[in-house]
Design a protein around this ligand. Structure first.
Ligand code: ADP
Length: 410
């Protein structure tokens, strides 16, 4: 096997970029832990949770930065009442806005054109903007950086997960309804494919406590978040009730977690922060992507096929085998062979996601394709040999699959 795709040109290393990466690494190393607040879809209260989590952590005595990278709809400045501020620039560094002694805030929204002009950027441009932005903010020493990124598994969460370095964990926000389940699964698959540990799931808008009679009503059902956490074997961090104080606090630019702990939501945030700090520290996952993800309960493995063997050119093969794995025995219980769709950029990851695959084992793959698989919640295992597909799957599940270098690592 060659070390690179022979058809690809050599990419020159860019010394300026190397220097930028070093600055970024240096900044991120001064931060105790990064908490990436994610959600499967919009409207579940992700930004509200990110803002309140940051406030509650600061209240618990931690030094906290809150970062908003929602290019299309930054809401953190409004939620913290700093939307009319402009960060100072000193010596080319952006100073985050100080909310109090222990909490500073920065939003990519401060750097964008006025709020009425939509930003239309493609993936690589967004990645570059987030990278530059992260590198330029003078966070200083922090215990936590809480990041609010747009919902789903698009370019922004992908960029931030790749850029912040270790230790970092995802906090996944959902609502109790069953319809949210598929989105959250995808979100957890996304984290796993990026080897980003999941700190846990928060169920927001979980029941309503009547301020008059104190009785509790399950307006949007209850318990979906905990069930999901059990299913995905990740911690359940807590439930936040529907609380009018949350909306009032958001509109006033003063998150409910600032106030007295007599509000049900403020109590819930304080208890989530306690649960979070009681968790063992995030363990930086190993770089080797070939170990089997035994923690996955629902696993479907896709293998690009050529005459029944694994094809090392996944983008050009005509068939894919998809194996359904029995979680109890960790063996394949069903196998289906599908004709690949026409060769179109971005289509294969989507198609395999629709077939339910959450792992692909292949020979080589370029970085952009890996990103697209990650965005579709599919973990990529690279450098596999062109052996019979059944043997590759069996070896992967046993943890004995021998993988080499990614021949397309450019
Ligand atoms: P997202 O970031 O997921 O799109 P937001 O944080 O913007 O969602 O919240 C959407 C709306 O729901 C906001 O008006 C917010 O005030 C409200 N909201 C969020 N959580 C709660 C809650 N626990 N109780 C009442 N309203 C809430």
């Amino acid at each position: 096997m060659t070390d690179r795709c022979p058809s690809l040109p050599t990419v020159p290393t860019d010394p300026e970029r190397e220097l930028e990466n070093e600055v970024l690494r240096g900044r991120m190393e001064r931060i105790g832990e990064k908490l990436l607040v994610l959600s499967g879809k919009g409207g579940v209260g992700k930004s509200t949770v990110a803002a309140n989590l940051a406030v509650a952590l600061a209240r618990a005595g931690k030094r906290v930065g809150l970062l908003d990278i929602d290019i299309h709809g930054p809401s953190i400045p409004k939620l913290l009442g700093v939307e009319h501020h402009q960060p100072d620039v000193t010596d080319g560094e952006l100073r985050p806005i100080r909310v109090n002694d222990r909490l500073v805030v920065m939003s990519i929204g401060f750097l964008l054109p006025d709020g009425n002009t939509p930003v239309i950027w493609r993936g690589p441009r967004k990645f570059g903007a987030i990278r530059q932005f992260l590198k330029d903010v003078a966070w200083g020493e922090l215990d936590y950086l809480v990041v609010d990124s747009p919902p789903g598994t698009g370019d922004e969460p992908l960029a931030i997960a790749e850029l912040v370095g270790q230790p970092a964990r995802a906090v996944v926000v959902t609502t109790p309804q069953d319809v949210a389940v598929a989105d959250v699964r995808r979100c957890i698959g996304f984290c796993r494919s990026l080897r980003l540990p999941v700190a846990g799931i928060i169920e927001n808008m979980s029941g309503f406590v009547c301020p008059g009679c104190g009785q509790s009503f399950d307006l949007f059902k209850r318990g979906g978040g905990r069930r999901l956490a059990d299913e995905a074997r990740v911690p359940f961090l807590g439930a936040i009730p529907i609380d009018p104080q949350v909306v009032l606090g958001g509109d006033a630019g003063r998150p409910v977690a600032f106030g007295a702990l007599d509000s049900p939501a403020a109590q819930a945030f304080a208890s989530i922060v306690q649960t979070l700090s009681d968790l063992p520290a995030a363990i930086a996952p190993a770089d080797d992507r070939s170990d089997p993800p035994v923690e996955m309960d629902f696993m479907k493995i896709a293998i690009p096929l050529e005459n029944g063997h694994l094809s090392t050119h996944f983008g050009h093969c005509e068939e894919f085998a998809v194996y359904e794995i029995d979680p109890a025995t960790q063996t394949a219980r069903a196998k289906a062979v599908h004709r690949a769709p026409p060769h179109e950029p971005g289509l294969l990851p989507r198609w395999l996601h629709e077939l339910g695959a959450n792992v692909i084992i292949t020979g080589g793959m370029g970085q952009r394709a890996q990103q697209l698989f990650a965005q579709n919640g599919i973990r990529v295992v690279l450098g596999a040999p062109p052996d019979p597909a059944d043997d590759v799957v069996a070896a992967y599940l046993k943890g004995t699959l021998q993988t080499g270098a990614n021949p397309c690592d450019h």
